[in-house]
Design a protein around this ligand. Structure first.
Ligand code: NAP
Ligand code: ZN
Length: 345
């Protein structure tokens, strides 16, 4: 084991780097971080492109650290092991999502909420992520991928999938619940599938009328075109849970209006602005405005086993890594159906 580790230490990694706000990515070579005792080195085969990568490339959130290699929906094979890694083997197929480290000792970490740890380490903020041929990460954030899932289809589950699965569990959504998924993109098309598999009555709400048939084939029982004010107002007061996955600022009051009393409007889509809703509606309807970020390691494992059992599949467009900039532009233009995935070939 030690020999395998040392044979990798001199190897440079290569990937596609973002050097400043909004710029096209460029090829780059770099030294990987030191392989620590609990780390694994992964030979990356696939990486999904989450819209959060675009927010980072464009510095929408104001926290981007350039240069960096984006990518946090990573799948590949374990190529080297730190000397204390016991639960993974060379050759295992594993995945890494948004989070690659936590403190492991705070109250949140020790109660199963590692995703909320104040010392959370994002995979591609201040470090290099997955648009590359390799990565070294803490093995506790490298998750085995069920054999039922192909790498291309599983990669988007590592961020998009867990981000929409976790709020259903945290907010205790029940099969009887009426659920609306706002935005049928990378996250939204997975949310429709998870909600359907959980037995909910599912409505997809989209500003793209041409997504209706696919949204229904993914498991939506109903489809509402959000550009149609009449159809939207007809749906007011009718949902127990509204999950917003949109990447831009829209009229959030219209989303709140969709809730029946006691309902929850949950944000996972992370537009960089503030939300504004009528407080009296929240109070008098006893409504909740809530949020959810990724999911903890135990939830990721649970999500993978649920996805494998219920045949949750990302619909993907596959791009060789050399076409990363074309793929990013197609996402910016809203053309991808529904997740672009890079293949390292
Ligand atoms: P995506 O694939 O680009 O999908 C975003 C969707 O937003 C689009 O498909 C579109 O849906 C909707 N949208 C875009 N422009 C719109 C407009 N002008 N008006 C109305 N709707 C519009 O992005 P994604 O990868 O799913 O990510 C979605 C958001 O989730 C991003 O902000 C991302 O950063 C965030 N995110 C959050 C977490 C977390 O932990 N909370 C994790 C991952 C991602 P329709 O065409 O159907 O309307
Ligand atoms: Zn993401």
């Amino acid at each position: 084991m030690t020999d395998i580790v040392s044979s990798q230490t001199d190897m440079k990694f290569s990937g596609f780097s973002c050097t400043s706000k909004g710029r096209a990515l460029e090829t780059a070579e770099y030294d990987p971080k030191t392989l620590k005792d609990l780390d694994v080195e992964i030979a990356i085969s696939h990486c999904g492109i989450c819209h959060s990568d675009i927010h980072l490339i464009d510095n929408d959130w104001g926290n981007s650290v350039y240069p960096f290699i984006p990518g946090h929906e990573i799948i590949g094979q374990v190529r080297a092991l730190g000397r204390s890694v016991k639960h993974l083997n060379i050759g295992d197929r594993v995945g890494v999502g948004w989070q690659c480290g936590v403190c492991f000792i705070c109250d949140l970490c020790t109660s199963g909420y590692e995703n909320l740890c104040p010392d959370s380490q994002p995979t591609c903020v201040g470090r290099n992520g997955g648009y590359a041929n390799g990565i070294r990460v803490d093995s506790r954030f490298a998750f085995p991928i069920p054999s039922a899932l192909s790498s291309e289809n599983a990669a988007p589950l590592l961020c998009g999938g867990i981000t929409v699965y976790s709020p259903f569990r945290e907010y205790d959504i029940k099969p009887k619940d009426k659920v609306a998924i706002v935005g049928v993109g990378g996250l939204g098309h997975l949310a429709v599938q998870f909600a359907n598999a959980m037995g909910c009555e599912v409505t997809a709400i989209s500003h793209s009328a041409d997504k209706e048939d696919e949204a229904k084939s993914l498991g939506a029982h109903r489809f509402i075109n959000s550009s149609n004010a009449f159809l939207m107002s007809q749906a007011n007061d009718s949902f127990d849970f509204v999950l917003s996955t949109v990447s831009v600022d829209v009229d959030w009051q219209k989303c709140l209006d969709l809730l029946s009393p006691n309902g929850t409007l949950c944000f996972v889509g992370a537009s960089p602005t503030q939300i504004s809703v009528r407080l009296m509606d929240v109070i008098m309807g006893q409504k909740r405005v809530a949020g959810s970020g990724i999911g903890s390691p135990h939830r990721i494992k649970e999500m993978f086993s649920f996805a494998a059992r219920h045949d949750i599949q990302s619909m993907t467009e596959l791009y060789p890594i050399g076409q990363v900039n074309e793929a990013l532009d197609r996402i910016r233009e809203g053309k991808v159906r529904y997740r672009a995935v890079l293949e390292m070939r």
